[in-house]
Design a binder for this molecule. Structure first.
Ligand code: S6P
Length: 599
């Protein structure tokens, strides 16, 4: 089919927005096949070379490792001289959530060793973005810079790590630009997963420069070690553009390696070498292998979660400690990624906000999306839980297993659709009396080397492993629900300029029409009209995304309008007849192909 060929503009897309050939048919895969597809996509994180692009730097490439060594040395300096020093991690969406998780854990480790907690995080949209989708602040470079300025007030030295997987977020670009103007205080680091020439070059709101300008200035400063760009290529995401997956995992691997190396150097006298950094990455690769070696059990969980979503029921992640945060993160990402309702997949953590340790404290008064404690689950969800709802416990052998058993017992009285992901140690496993509470248990057994006996490192590995499992479960479940066409999430919410561009790319990909034709169709769907006014076509992207935020199914509507050459009302009628987006799109391709054959 014509729309399946890789077209010229697909080649010009940055790696993070490309369509991954491995997952092209994920929409037709069953649970087992899906796990194999995701496994192969994630393997690319660690691949030394990808056949078709031998030129890009990879995670294990020497320049990448050397930059990690350089940044770790800055961390060491900060830790040795903590007064008036700050290590600040910042990002939007998933990148901000990973920043939060890393900072909270690292500060906790510093605290346990009676050292000053010198790490902080910024997430675009503030702490509410940890649990809900706040995509619009991502577009605001001035907001990024102002927030940074406030957080750093009074600091003499700041190591600033700006995370943007797609090297595209204006919020982060504004912050890096601010740092570059104040290099006496700031050492800026950009973490992303595209080569610099693929960084975004579109104009930004109220701004004279774009992301690529900033990335190039950063590269120039790197020669004097005043700034650093860390940008290994990981290959395309399994669901096109969904950087919560590989992008999020690699962010976690890279930054915790750097933070830990700096810590070991400052307090244990271990000099940071390229070999040390490579060994830590290899340890994460071992986590990848161990996790995916349980592929049958993982496939079964995908199948269960898919069944629940297909029945319009719910999936609940009940996590302990930081595994609770991994659950909350995965659940909240389904809202922007799959247009899911907040209660389709939800996360809960033991002791709620007091375990989260986020900057703004207890947010539970903001609404039901912010009710996150196990006790809240028992009070608000349990009474109406049905057999169609899937409940998935996330814990390790080190957690309070009495608490796990007693909560499992309460859930079991309402449903047997109760499962667990449990992390065991080779010599210390979750006892049988706990396991029998669950219909299925995905046991992941870890053999840690003597170096890893450090419980902090162990927990990081459990977090990463749980992230891979949950990403597979929530992605797989939405694929089974019919939300994905090939490996594109077609029904994306067009809530910021990156997603606006992605929407036009998808339309071009599937229709072969020009960019301007696709943009016109998208605007017709956004403004709900067949006759676009001058005001509408000349408005800027932020006006479009603001309006699109209040509209449903804009991309599928535009796609049907183009493919079938029909009006807005006809396109909407077509979609109403096919509530499953994948079926709606297939039907539209079939009818327009038949039509062109007849023609
Ligand atoms: C991605 C997720 C988004 C991104 C956010 C930041 O799966 O839905 O929220 O994390 O848009 O992207 P980036 O490329 O700047 O890290």
């Amino acid at each position: 089919m014509d729309h399946m060929k890789q077209s010229c503009y697909e080649l010009s897309l940055p790696v993070t927005e490309k369509c991954n050939p491995i997952s092209r048919d994920i929409d037709r895969a069953n649970g087992k096949q899906m796990v194999q597809i995701l496994r192969r996509c994630d393997a690319e994180i660690f691949e030394k070379k990808i056949n078709h692009d031998p030129f890009h730097q990879r995670l294990y490439s020497s320049p990448v490792i050397q930059t990690m060594v350089d940044v770790a040395k800055r961390v060491e300096m900060m830790l040795r001289d903590p007064e008036e020093s700050l290590i600040l991690l910042s990002g939007c969406g998933t990148s901000g959530r990973i920043a939060f998780l890393l900072v909270t854990s690292f500060n906790e480790m510093l605290n346990a060793q009676k050292q000053k907690q010198i790490c902080s995080y910024i997430i675009a949209g503030g702490d509410r973005a940890l649990l809900t989708s706040q995509e619009a602040p991502e577009d605001d470079p001035v907001l990024g810079a102002c927030t940074l300025d406030k957080v750093c007030a009074g600091k003499k030295r700041v190591l600033f790590i700006g995370i943007s997987c797609g090297m595209s977020a204006p919020f982060v670009a504004g912050q890096l630009d601010f740092c570059l103007k104040h290099l006496d205080v700031f050492t800026p680091v950009l973490l992303g997963f595209n080569p610099v020439h693929m960084a975004r070059s579109e104009p930004m709101q109220d701004c004279s420069f774009h992301f690529k300008d900033v990335a190039e200035r950063m590269t120039a400063e790197q020669r004097h070690k005043k700034a650093f760009v860390l940008n290994p290529v990981l290959g395309a995401e399994a669901i096109s553009g969904s950087s919560r997956m590989k992008g999020g995992s690699a962010t976690k691997i890279i930054l915790e390696t750097i933070l830990l190396a700096g810590h070991e150097a400052a307090f244990r006298g271990k000099i940071t070498t390229p070999e040390y950094i490579s060994a830590r990455i290899a340890a994460s690769e071992m986590v990848y292998e161990t996790t995916y070696s349980n592929s049958d059990e993982l496939a079964a969980l995908i199948h269960k979660a898919g069944e629940s979503l297909q029945k319009k029921a719910h999936v609940y992640y009940i996590g302990w400690q930081t595994l609770g945060i991994i659950g909350l993160t995965d659940a909240s990402e389904c809202i922007p990624t799959y247009g899911a309702d907040f209660d389709d997949i939800r996360g809960f953590i033991n002791n709620g906000f007091s375990k989260m340790k986020n900057k703004e404290g207890d947010l539970s008064s903001l609404g039901p999306e912010f009710v996150i404690g196990h006790k809240d689950f028992v009070d608000t969800i349990l009474p109406s839980l049905s057999q169609n709802d899937m409940v998935l416990f996330l814990f390790t052998v080190n957690d309070d297993l009495h608490e796990v058993t007693s909560l499992a017992d309460q859930v079991r009285r309402r449903t047997s659709n109760l499962h667990a992901i449990a992390h065991d140690l080779e010599k210390f496993s979750v006892p049988e009396r706990v396991c029998i509470m669950f219909e299925t248990v995905l046991h992941i057994t870890w053999s840690f080397s003597s170096e890893d006996v450090n419980s902090f490192v162990m927990r990081q590995h459990w977090e990463l492993s749980t992230k891979w499992c949950l990403n597979a479960i929530s992605t797989g479940a939405h694929v089974l629900k019919g939300k994905v066409y090939m490996n594109y999430m077609i029904d994306l919410r067009v809530t910021n300029s990156k997603l606006y561009r992605r929407a036009i790319n998808i339309l071009q990909q599937f229709t072969g029409c020009s960019e301007s034709e696709c943009e016109r169709a998208l605007l017709r769907a956004i403004y709900s009209t067949d006759d676009l006014s001058e005001d509408m076509t000349s408005a800027d992207v932020w006006k479009h995304t603001d309006t699109a935020n209040r509209q449903d199914r804009v991309v599928p509507t535009a796609l049907v309008m183009i493919r079938c050459g029909c009006t807005l009302a006809e396109a909407r009628h077509h979609l109403d007849c096919h509530p499953v987006i994948r079926d709606a799109v297939s039907a539209c391709f079939n009818s327009s192909e038949n039509k062109s054959t007849v023609d």
